[in-house]
Design a protein around this ligand. Structure first.
Ligand code: TMP
Length: 202
């Protein structure tokens, strides 16, 4: 059986990725294709435990490299136990955030070197998506949406606005820098509008 396709959804806070991931999984699953919808940090018991360390508590809880290494530790487990086996049996994998979030948040946001993060990914994980949809939404609007949602997983929302502005700038430039893999998706407007743009991009 041919290897399945690996699609990642990326963007800043509150860009509607998770809702769109579910709609996309339903649309593809409805055509009789096996779809695995998953997320990062998380997707396995071990990686979800690491997620708890990362997304809760004080912003000062972790140094940037601790964050990057914890994200990567979770990703290694997730890729080995869930993503690679699914692709090997021909399933389509849709992942809500992946390595570009590490490059955006720990790289552009916290100032870690992108080449170092990319090398770490190549060495420790070694799997890049076939297609990355980069959700484009004004950082302030997205943050407001995410903060309104509330909940315990608010650690990254607590970083100052310029952190989120650097992340937004990274994502805005990504499809232009890596056009073979990445497509920009305008995430403004209704859920149905955004879903239609995604289906068109596929
Ligand atoms: P979520 O809110 O989209 O589920 O993601 C959890 C948070 O983790 C979000 O604020 C982005 C952050 N994050 C990183 O900082 N680096 C990463 O590599 C990933 C996957 C997520």
């Amino acid at each position: 059986m041919a290897r399945g396709r690996f699609i990642t959804l990326e963007g800043g806070e509150g860009s509607g990725k998770s809702t769109q991931g579910r709609l996309l999984a339903d649309a593809i699953g409805g055509r009789g294709h096996e779809v695995v919808l998953t997320r990062e940090p998380g997707g396995t018991a071990g990686a979800e435990a690491i997620r708890g360390l990362l997304v809760t508590g004080d912003t000062a809880r972790w140094a940037p490299w601790s964050e990057a290494l914890l994200m990567t530790a979770a990703r290694v487990d997730h890729v080995a136990r869930v993503i690679r086996p699914a692709l090997a049996r021909g399933a389509m994998v849709i992942c809500d955030r992946y390595v570009d979030s590490t490059r955006a948040y720990q790289g552009a946001g916290h100032g870690l070197d992108d080449a170092a993060l990319t090398r770490l990914h190549d060495d420790a994980v070694g799997l890049w998506p076939d297609l990355t949809l980069v959700f484009r939404l004004d950082a302030e609007a997205g943050l407001a949406r995410a903060r309104q949602r509330g909940g315990a997983e608010a650690r990254f929302e607590g970083f100052a606005g310029d952190f989120h502005a650097r992340i937004a700038a990274f994502f805005a430039g990504l499809p232009g820098r890596e056009p073979a893999r990445c497509r920009a998706i305008d995430a403004s407007g209704s859920v149905a509008d955004v879903h239609a743009r995604i289906m068109a991009a596929l």
